[in-house]
Design a protein around this ligand. Structure first.
Ligand code: 13P
Length: 338
């Protein structure tokens, strides 16, 4: 059996990254609303089957994060969807948190739920093929927030989840997402991201999480979407991001896989590319994108099986571009050649 570290390293193998396809029922409905497609179980299955059967995706994608419904679904030929991924050399993973709820005695802060019964759920998911898991905590930047109280409870949840995963032989993706909504500067994002990660690593270490057997999934250090000073260039994002992670993330962590968090798809690729151009780094800097890998594929598919080929071509292209960004070799010419 492979160790946690073997799996974690395979998840951040050079040239590869992770597809986050673990949208909850509410989130996938929003994505389908954007292409005017009704979110039925059959359409969700068809959409994800389209992504997972994309030939050659395994050259660029190491793992896929699934939602509870998806890990139990079958492709049209009856093959379980996790098996379809394995055939392509892609590791199946599973989202195990149960979303966020308002944090008690705080205004406008959230805490992630899902610890009750988690040990038994992990055993079941492992039997269904999952070799890694994901838990997302959400940290908002605004007037007076985040509080250290919010950082503490979310970090405790992430660490409890991570420790349980490792006990079951599952690699935890630890995802503390500092949101890019709001009008804050890149400097404020850096301050909050640093405080968040310091709190998270304190808890991970206190709860005996093996850092060699986990993956960190953070935001990049980037200005808020409504920042009056406008957006930052890829080199500005890269410098602020690398400076922040060098200060707080132990080198024992095999990989840092960014979320896209509302960045445009080409923007997310260009920023990852700029980060890797500043290397070598102590960790693999990779991607675990949801929207930034799927947006063009969703638009090309439009809910119609006649467009499967077009959807797969769009997904393969984004996966390929992000694969180039893993080694800082993404170019405008590669982006335009399809
Ligand atoms: P985005 O890349 O769309 O932010 O999704 C990644 C993810 O898994 C968020 O939890």
């Amino acid at each position: 059996m492979s160790t946690l570290n073997d799996t974690a390293r395979a998840m951040v193998a050079p040239g590869k990254g992770i597809l986050a396809a673990d949208e909850s029922s509410g989130t996938i409905k929003k994505r389908f609303d954007s292409i005017s497609v009704e979110s039925t179980e059959d359409r969700r299955r068809a959409y994800r089957e389209m992504l997972f059967t994309t030939s050659g995706a395994g050259d660029f994608i190491s793992g896929v994060i699934l939602f509870d419904e998806t890990i139990r679904q079958q492709a049209s030929d009856g093959t379980p969807l996790p098996k379809i991924l394995e055939k392509e050399g892609i590791i199946p993973g599973i989202k195990v948190d149960k979303g966020t709820t308002p944090l008690a005695k705080s205004s406008n802060e959230l805490v992630t739920e899902g610890l009750d019964g988690l040990r038994a759920r992990l055993v079941e998911y492992r039997d269904l093929g999952a070799r890694f898991a994901k838990w997302r905590a959400v940290i908002d930047i605004g007037s007076g927030v985040p509080s250290q109280y919010c950082l503490n409870v979310n970090a405790q949840g992430l660490a409890r989840y991570a420790s349980l995963c490792q006990e079951e032989g599952i690699v935890p993706i630890v995802e503390p997402e500092v949101l890019m909504d709001g009008d804050h500067s890149i400097g404020t994002c850096a301050t909050v991201t640093t405080a968040t990660l310091l709190t998270v690593f304190d808890e991970l270490i206190a709860q005996r999480v093996e850092l060699e057997g986990m993956i960190l999934k953070p935001n990049m250090v980037i200005p808020g979407k409504k920042f009056a000073g406008g957006q930052a260039s890829p080199s500005e994002v890269a410098e602020a991001t690398v400076r922040c992670f060098r200060e707080v993330v132990p080198a024992a962590v095999p990989g840092i896989c960014f979320l896209s968090g509302g960045q445009g798809d080409e923007e997310a690729t260009a920023n990852l590319d700029a980060i890797n151009r500043l290397g070598p780094h102590p960790w693999q800097f990779s991607f675990s994108y949801g929207r930034a890998l799927q947006a063009p594929a969703l638009k090309a598919w439009k809910g119609d099986d006649a467009n499967i080929r077009a959807g797969q071509d769009a997904y393969r292209h984004r996966a390929h571009m992000n694969s180039l960004a893993r080694s800082g070799s993404y170019t405008e010419a590669a982006e335009k050649a399809s």
